[in-house]
Design a protein around this ligand. Sequence first.
Ligand SMILES: C[S@@+](CC[C@H](N)C(=O)[O-])C[C@H]1O[C@@H](n2cnc3c(N)ncnc32)[C@H](O)[C@@H]1O
Length: 301
Amino acid sequence: MENNIWSENIQGVLMLDLSRELRFRNDRKDLFLNIVGLKEGMTIVDVGCGPGAITRKLSSWLGNETKIIGIDRDTTFINYAKEKARKQNMYNISYLEGDALKLPLEDNSVDACISHTVIEHVPNREFLLEQKRVCKPNGRVSVMCARPDKYIKTEPKLLPKQSEREMELLDKLFKGTDEMYKKYNVGKYWPDPVELPTLFAELGFKDIQVDGIAIPVAIDDARNSYDEKVVIFETQKEQLLEVVNMGLYQNKNGLSDKEVKELKQLIEERFGKRLELIKKRKYIWDYTILLLHVVSGMVEN
Ligand SMILES: C[S@@+](CC[C@H](N)C(=O)[O-])C[C@H]1O[C@@H](n2cnc3c(N)ncnc32)[C@H](O)[C@@H]1O
């Protein structure tokens, strides 16, 4: 039976896929691979892989001798990930629809498990124990959690602002839709950074490491070509439009058709102004530096 809880109610394909493409940029490959200890030739599982952006990065970074398995219980994400990997001729990735708490894998069968922004949403003990079960001796389990409470986010004066009307329409659209977010702990993070490595130790992991990855997302950064700047801009706009569509799916009567049209137009206008600044090569330095908290541990011999 299909399960589309996440993709229909919480975060859509585009929101996850595009934002992760930006987070795991090629110029940060070595940093990322070193921190989570991934090497060519390993069998690696991405638990809760969503639409698969990280699995595709691993495929291109680590080559054909590496086997990558993406697992998620959302049917839409798995179908999307399969199709995208097929189109990109990435035959060393396989995708399985399945529960992170009951992984469809044999005991002691993989070299590493990674996950990105998943542990926050599931019973965390069972989540880690299941990955411990499928890892070979000396295998590594790495968990990456976002810390939105620690992000650096600029709000430059020249950034086209959300109008009061846009905010009012968005509020109206999302009124009463937070039940689902509460149920799946969306927007939550580890309240105390001591707890996660402590849990790894309690569950018998060895060689526990804590780390952090800071990820700047900055349109005006000199390393971005003009086309890359436009991609970041488009990503931000598409994510917001998808959020609106998801709000409409959850709360069909939240806005009238006229209000939906008005809201989308206000979003297009605001983003249109930002695009004009990019075209004129006017730098305004609207950026975010995201922080990922990473904890990993080794499965004993
Ligand atoms: C915040 S998203 C992150 C997706 C992906 N790791 C990424 O960063 O793009 C959380 C993901 O966990 C998946 N998920 C939540 N609970 C799950 C479970 N019990 N088993 C498998 N996947 C689960 C959701 O379907 C969703 O794809």
